[in-house]
Write a protein that binds this ligand. Structure first.
Ligand SMILES: CC(C)(COP(=O)(O)OP(=O)(O)OC[C@H]1O[C@@H](n2cnc3c(N)ncnc32)[C@H](O)[C@@H]1OP(=O)(O)O)[C@@H](O)C(=O)NCCC(=O)NCCS
Length: 174
């Protein structure tokens, strides 16, 4: 499945994306508010193989963010599967090449992903896990119609849980 926005194509990842993805994930800015930069092997094991597996199994998954005008792969936006406070949750997560920050691109992508989740995948509830100090990411979640629901512990760190329910999406966005 491919999603389109005014400036972006969101398409499934392929094994051939490893070189560019590893380049992005080696960058400290791209990996801000995470455990840190990844090697090529870690990029494959911790991200690309998992995402391609979710696609193969028909599960909610990630999309490569492609700039329509240039064809450049500049980041990812889509779904992750995480256990939070003992419960499996579906998260919208995103990262973008810092050369493209603050142009509204991630907001554009996150909205398309959110609508896809509720409209096509019939999800009931979606979260975003955000470090309290990550103001740009909090802003993206807010612009995506999410509200701050609670604080949780995720991978040992305090994390804000932003969320939106299917009901709220139906009322506000469908
Ligand atoms: C989070 C991230 C994906 C946002 O991408 P983006 O395309 O720049 O986001 P957008 O342009 O759609 O929106 C960013 C918003 O944050 C705001 N913002 C940026 N820097 C800010 C700061 N220091 N303080 C407060 N707000 C800030 C922008 O003004 C904008 O809000 P606005 O439209 O109300 O003006 C990008 O910063 C990134 O990749 N960061 C590193 C990885 C990361 O943190 N990912 C999220 C993990 S939960």
């Amino acid at each position: 499945m491919m999603l389109e926005t005014p400036r972006l194509i969101l398409r499934p990842f392929a094994a051939e994306d490893l070189d560019r993805l590893a380049e992005l994930m080696a960058n400290k800015e791209f990996m801000r508010f995470s455990m840190g930069a990844l090697t090529r092997e870690q990029t494959r094991e911790r991200f690309l193989d998992k995402v391609i597996g979710w696609d193969r199994d028909g599960l909610p998954s990630q999309f490569a963010m492609i700039i329509r005008s240039s064809g450049a792969l500049v980041g990812y936006c889509g779904f992750f599967h995480h256990e939070v406070d003992g419960k499996m949750e579906i998260e919208i997560g995103y990262r973008l090449d810092c050369a493209y920050w603050n142009q509204g691109l991630t907001t554009e992508a996150a909205r398309a992903v959110r609508d896809h989740g509720f409209r096509d995948l019939k999800l009931d509830y979606v979260i975003s896990l955000i470090h309290p100090e990550n103001l740009p990411s909090r802003r993206v979640a807010e612009k995506n119609g999410m509200t701050l629901e609670r604080q949780a512990t995720f991978r040992g760190f305090p994390t804000f849980v932003f969320s939106i329910t299917r009901q709220r999406w139906l009322e506000r966005f469908s």
